[in-house]
Design a binder for this molecule. Sequence first.
Ligand SMILES: C[S@@+](CC[C@H](N)C(=O)[O-])C[C@H]1O[C@@H](n2cnc3c(N)ncnc32)[C@H](O)[C@@H]1O
Length: 230
Amino acid sequence: MWMKSRRFQRLGGGRLERMGIGFISRIQLMQLGGHKDPKITGLIRQVRRERKSLLMANEAFMVYSIARAQSKRPGAFAEVGVFDGGSARMTCDVKGDKELHLFDTFEGLPQSVEQDRDVHRKNQYTSNFDSVKAYLSDFENVFLHKGLFPDSAKGLKEMKFSFAHFDVDIYESTLGCLEYFYPRMNPGGIMLSHDYSLLAGVETAFTEFLADKPEELIELPTTQCMVVKL
Ligand SMILES: C[S@@+](CC[C@H](N)C(=O)[O-])C[C@H]1O[C@@H](n2cnc3c(N)ncnc32)[C@H](O)[C@@H]1O
């Protein structure tokens, strides 16, 4: 697959990547503007202005749309891979009074492994805990957990989820997300991941994890995939 070529992935994280995302997002926003609620496209534009976001406009739309649907179902919300808070902000807009648990090292990516094909650097995407906390402070029941996931979830009370968003870029982190959240998803709960068709480590983690599960992976036309818990 051309998207998985090492040269393409090497763009990860730099100004070049964000310029590319910004350019494609502007085109996508023009398309979305033709048939979607201007409130949503306006929010995507606003978040893109306010934060360094690594989601393209269509991907931000998917996060928003799935979170909105899942806010009507029982269960808490979670995101692993918060970075500057862009995708979390989309979720906050529609979560109502649900708990949203946000996990990040805020020190960037952990060490990647062979499955990741040497695409990322350790500590890439370092962000600022206090800045993200302040940015989301208007929303109730938002909890930030700093540290390496899933260790950072150890003190957390046991709960069930209706929506879990993963944007962690690498194999071991993605596998950690699946192992933690799969048994904690309510039936009908949705796990959505960024970068499935872009990053080999993310795809491999899903393929391996779902091999003995009854759920089918649903690939989206963005880089994302989702799994609906049976
Ligand atoms: C691409 S960024 C997330 C982008 C973000 N969702 C957005 O809206 O722009 C990936 C993030 O995953 C975090 N991350 C990756 N593996 C992690 C792990 N095991 N525990 C905690 N954070 C992790 C990194 O620190 C980084 O902030």
